[in-house]
Structures are given as structure tokens and as C-alpha cells.
Write a protein that binds this ligand. Structure first.
Ligand code: FAD
Length: 355
């Protein structure tokens, strides 16, 4: 049974979904949000205990209501971000239904039909997908992985270094997750850091604020300002600086293959390993859109101005630069949502528009 028909349904109630809700409300568009979690916070609910934003609070706000100053070092903690997103949602009283995982989105001539895991269905003239990446962790193929009898954990499931105390741990991945997790695990365990190439460490005075400005410049085509840094380059947050001082920020190139209890390197030597921590990133969580035939092998969807080329009733918000400059960050989500909401409103109002 169809439980509701709306002009717009926003799938995902993390920071990207909240930002678009703010501007849809301001544009006077009827919408409903559906979120898989049972409470506010999006991916931050699953982040590891010590995670802090790598942008200062002044650079980490959603539209309309700034995040309060951080009680710690100016860089809000995971719990402070969850608290902010919770209070933001309450402040604006957005229409949001929780524990609602959208399984598929299907076409009918008039509407897009959303089928939920819990059996409920909704219809909409337009859908904004803002489901982030956290629920689609990526682990690259490594020969013999199925043979390895030690523990394996993706950063999506990592909470703290305690379970790794006294063990030998392979940390795979050269981005911020890899560097931050290596930093804290190496204080309790013997670590080997595996990266495809030498990691890029940003200067100590560069934080997420500078990365955001450079990402925006790159999207504008302003290559003078863009420099060559990317959001994946490593920000020297305090635990990473401290790990550098301990001399553990040294990485090696990937091993040839797994063995039963470790890995085999190109020079023929073997290392015994108790556990592997995969800090190898995420893909867009777009499985619910596969039924529309618009999702590429890497989870991305071809878009122009955040609108799916193959399905004009579908819009994408968040995920990464392919949907707008730094759109996976708090501040970038606000900027892309500000442009998105009027585009959706105009499409809904277009005479003869089929949406
Ligand atoms: P999410 O927060 O993942 O929200 C998506 C929501 O959609 C979730 O609630 C999810 O449950 C729901 N969902 C998913 N699929 C479905 C479905 N099929 N049906 C219904 N609901 C669904 N960001 C910053 O802004 N600043 C920083 O300084 C920063 N530092 C970071 C440092 C590190 C080391 C890491 C790893 C990340 C950092 N991030 C930072 C990034 C940030 O954590 C994420 O990019 C951000 O949470 C993405 O927001 P989102 O709303 O797009 O997705």
C-alpha cells in the first residue's frame, strides 16, 4: 500500500540530506525524508571513538545554524557532530521517517516509487538521493584474501585500538582514515602500513579549511588556486603528528598475496600478521538506485548539475566532488544544496514537465 505521495522524497538523513531539507523548506517545496538509521547523525554514528573533524568548527556548519564552538581543540569531535546534527534536525522539525531503508526506486509513468525494506512504499515526483558512502565500504582485491585466517576489519567498522593491543597489524590505505587509525593502533600494537604509493602529508598548518578552498577552486577551473592537493591528502591532526614523532609514519608498497597467517612480499619474505585493517575507502551507497539502470560499476551516476542524465526525476546530493565541490563535507553540502533546491523547484513547476 502506498503510504504517501510527495513532490520530493529525500533518501538519507545525514548532513547532505539535512542541508537539502533546509533549502527545500526555504523554497516552499513539499518533501519527506527517509533515513535508514534509528536516530540522527548519519555516518558519524558509525565513526571511530576518537574521530574529530579535520576542519575547525567555523568551517563545519550546515546552513542557517552554526555548529557550536568545540569543547576540545577547535576541531569538533564525533560526538559533538552527532549532537549538532541531532539539534539541527530538531530545530527545523524536518519531516523525517527513521528506520526506513529504501530498498529500490522504480519508475512508473507519473512517479518514482520507493520500496522500503520494512515493506512500506512511497511515491514522489522527484527523488533526492543523499545516502553517502559509509554503508558501501570498499576493499580491493588481494590474492589469497579468503585464505587468511587472521582478523579483517574495514575502517567503517573500526571503533578503537583496544582490541589490537599487543598484536601485529597491517594497516592498508594511504588516506586520512589510514593515517589516523595507524596513529592510534601503533601506540598499542606493532604495525605495518601498506600504501600504493608514498602518502602525501600536508604541511602542519594546512587543515580541512584549506582543502575545501582548493577543492572549490579546482571545480571552478581555477587551477592557480587549486594547487595539487586533494581531500585525500593527509591532514596533520595532532595524533598523526604525534605518530610522526614516534617514527611510525613510514609505509611500504603492497604485498604480493596473503598466506594463511600473514602476507608474502615481492622479495619472497613473509610476515606473520594477526589482523588487517582496511582503510581503503568507500563507494557511493547507490544500491537502491540500481533498479533504475543508472548506476555505473563504481557506484556513480552520470549527472549534470546534480541531476541524473538518464532519469531526470532523480537528483544526487553529497557523495563527493562529482556532485559538486566538496559536497561530502558539512560546508560543501550546504553550498551544493543551496543550488540544488531551486533547480528542483523549477523542474517541478515547469509547464508540461513530466515530473
Ligand atoms: P552520511 O552521513 O553517510 O548520511 C547518509 C544517511 O543515509 C545515513 O543516515 C544512512 O543510514 C542513510 N542511508 C544510506 N542508504 C540508505 C537507504 N538506501 N535508504 C535510506 N537511508 C539510507 N566531513 C566534514 O564535513 N568535515 C570533516 O572535517 C571531516 N573529516 C573526516 C575525517 C575522516 C577521517 C573521515 C573518515 C571522514 C571525515 N568527514 C568529514 C566526512 C564525513 O564523515 C562524511 O563524508 C559525511 O558523513 C557524509 O555525509 P552524507 O550526509 O553525505 O552521508
Amino acid at each position: 500500500m502506498n503510504e504517501g505521495d510527495h513532490d520530493v522524497v529525500v533518501i538519507g538523513g545525514g548532513q547532505a540530506g539535512l542541508a537539502v531539507a533546509y533549502y527545500l523548506r526555504r523554497a516552499g517545496v513539499d518533501f519527506l525524508m527517509l533515513d535508514a538509521e534509528d536516530r540522527p547523525g548519519g555516518a558519524w554514528l558509525h565513526a571511530w571513538d576518537s574521530l574529530h573533524l579535520f576542519s575547525p568548527a567555523t568551517y563545519s556548519s550546515l546552513p542557517g545554524w552554526p555548529i557550536p564552538p568545540s569543547r576540545s581543540d577547535g576541531f569538533p569531535s564525533r560526538d559533538e557532530v552527532i549532537d549538532y546534527l541531532t539539534r539541527y534536525e530538531q530545530r527545523y522539525a524536518f519531516p523525517i521517517e527513521r528506520s526506513c531503508h529504501v530498498e529500490t526506486v522504480e519508475r512508473d509513468p507519473e512517479r518514482l516509487c520507493l520500496q522500503l525494506r520494512n515493506g512500506r512504499t512511497f511515491t514522489a515526483r522527484a527523488v533526492v538521493s543523499a545516502t553517502g558512502t559509509w554503508s558501501a565500504p570498499y576493499i580491493p582485491d588481494h590474492p589469497g584474501r579468503e585464505l587468511f585466517r587472521g582478523g579483517q576489519l574495514h575502517s567503517a567498522e573500526y571503533r578503537s585500538p583496544i582490541p589490537f593491543a599487543g598484536k601485529r597489524v597491517l594497516v592498508v590505505g594511504g588516506g586520512n582514515s589510514g593515517a589516523q587509525i595507524l596513529a592510534e593502533v601503533s601506540a598499542l600494537a606493532e604495525t605495518v602500513w601498506v600504501t600504493l604509493k608514498d602518502p602525501v602529508f600536508l604541511p602542519d598548518d594546512v587543515d580541512g579549511r584549506v582543502l575545501f578552498e582548493r577543492a572549490s577552486a579546482r571545480v571552478r577551473g581555477d587551477f592557480d588556486q587549486a594547487s595539487t592537493t586533494t581531500l585525500g591528502d593527509i591532514v596533520m591532526v595532532p595524533p598523526v603528528k604525534e605518530a610522526r614523532d614516534r617514527g611510525v609514519l613510514k609505509s611500504v608498497r603492497p604485498f604480493l598475496r596473503f598466506t594463511i597467517d600473514g602476507v608474502l612480499w615481492a622479495d619472497g619474505t613473509e610476515t606473520h600478521v594477526d589482523a588487517v585493517l582496511w582503510c581503503t575507502g568507500f563507494r557511493p551507497a547507490t544500491g537502491h538506485l540500481r533498479s533504475l539502470g543508472v548506476v555505473g560499476p563504481d557506484g556513480r551516476i552520470e549527472v549534470v548539475d546534480q541531476r541524473a542524465v538518464e532519469e531526470p526525476r532523480l537528483w544526487l546530493q553529497g557523495y563527493g566532488n562529482w556532485t559538486g565541490a566538496a559536497s561530502a563535507t558539512l560546508i560543501g553540502a550546504g553550498r551544493t544544496a543551496r543550488e540544488l533546491a531551486p533547480r528542483i523547484k523549477a523542474a517541478l513547476q515547469m509547464p508540461g514537465s513530466f515530473i
